[in-house]
Design a protein around this ligand. Structure first.
Ligand code: DAH
Length: 343
């Protein structure tokens, strides 16, 4: 008769033996070896009657457990053999995965970053959930200033920690909130383009509450409006085509002085004037030279350093270029493949 120790080892022996079976027939043979009339286990069980009564009950329980464990092992192996024996037709053509592609806004973002990279602008990203300080105060918009009205959007209940301590957090309404972060964190000369999601209190056929802006800053000694015009023209001609002209129209932003709205010549009439444009021009976005207070907020001396800046909407430039007449701009974010697969 085998020892108790040997008995307890039987399940693991049975397991490796069962695994070596290549088919049900082999498995049956092996099962007989472990559970059959002449198996060690059966002999052990038979000899139990020779044990004193108290011992018999205890050892009997162990032996019964071992037996059910071994039966389970053979049943499980039987099931897995049956499963793996299902015929496989290797001549069937494979299932090719559905190939997707980048969303058309991501495509536009990649293209815009590539153009600015050519003229030395590094792409950066800044938080979408931003402190009131970076989103407004550092941009020369003190609390309660009316210039904030259009941009005060989704505030968080929790006060901001760290930067702008004690002030509120906001889903940033513009990519310009990255300006001070870029100025503070990086060495001059600085040439960065921040492309990120922005949020506004708006939702109608031509506005979405979440959209994307690209916002560039070039800060160094001797940066002037001439550089600004050069950068804007480079982008416009690369993105919209060499025939398009750029014009700066005086405007007002709190964070730039002087400030401009940037227009490009209309792609439909070539600048002659048509029903789609304003006398040959279409509006693109904002730009200017950073206000001295913005530089000061980043501890930069405005007497030494000047900076150009601009900020435009990704959706806007994309739609303007493609001539896509989307009846409702919100379709961009509805994940409707019938629309998205066209790009
Ligand atoms: N942040 C402005 C907006 O959302 C756009 C803008 C204007 C950005 C002038 C700039 C800038 O960087 O210089 O309307």
């Amino acid at each position: 008769m085998i020892s108790l120790e040997e008995l307890k080892n039987l399940p693991s022996e049975a397991e490796s033996a069962a695994l070596s079976a290549k088919n049900q027939q082999e498995l049956n043979q092996i099962a007989i070896r472990f559970l059959g009339r002449k198996s060690k286990l059966t002999l052990f069980l038979r000899s139990l009657k020779d044990l004193p009564k108290e011992k018999r009950v205890e050892v009997g329980q162990v032996a019964n457990k071992v037996r059910s464990r071994i039966s389970e092992i053979f049943e499980a192996r039987g099931r897995s053999l049956a499963h793996s024996l299902k015929p496989i037709d290797i001549t069937l053509p494979g299932i090719s995965p559905r190939l997707g592609h980048a969303h058309l806004i991501s495509q536009a973002i990649n293209e815009i970053s590539a153009i600015f990279k050519e003229i030395g602008f590094k792409r950066v990203r800044h938080p979408e959930v931003e402190s009131d300080w970076y989103a407004f105060e550092a941009l020369n918009m003190p609390p309660d200033h009316p210039a904030r009205d259009e941009w005060e959007t989704f505030f968080m209940d929790r006060p901001a920690k760290g930067d702008g301590d004690g002030k509120r957090f906001i889903l940033t309404p513009h990519a310009t909130s990255g300006t001070t972060r870029a100025l503070v964190a990086r060495k001059l000369p600085l040439r960065v383009i921040n492309i990120q999601k922005c949020y506004r209190r708006q939702s109608d056929i031509s506005h979405v509450p979440m959209f994307h802006q690209f916002d560039g800053v070039y800060a160094d000694e001797g940066v002037t409006i001439r550089h600004l015009k050069g950068v804007l023209e480079y982008f416009v001609k690369s993105y919209f085509g060499v025939k398009r002209e750029v014009r700066l129209r005086p405007f007002h932003f709190r964070f730039t002085e002087p400030s401009f709205e940037v227009d490009i010549s209309c792609g439909v009439c070539g600048g002659q004037g048509c029903r789609l444009c304003k006398e040959g021009w279409v509006e693109l976005g904002g730009a200017g030279m950073l206000h001295p207070n913005v530089l000061k907020a980043a501890k930069i001396d405005p007497a030494k350093i000047t900076a150009l800046a601009f900020g435009w909407g990704v959706e806007r430039v994309l739609l303007m270029r493609s001539g896509l007449e989307i009846p409702d701009i919100r379709i961009l974010y509805e994940n409707d493949l019938r629309f998205l697969e066209q790009f």
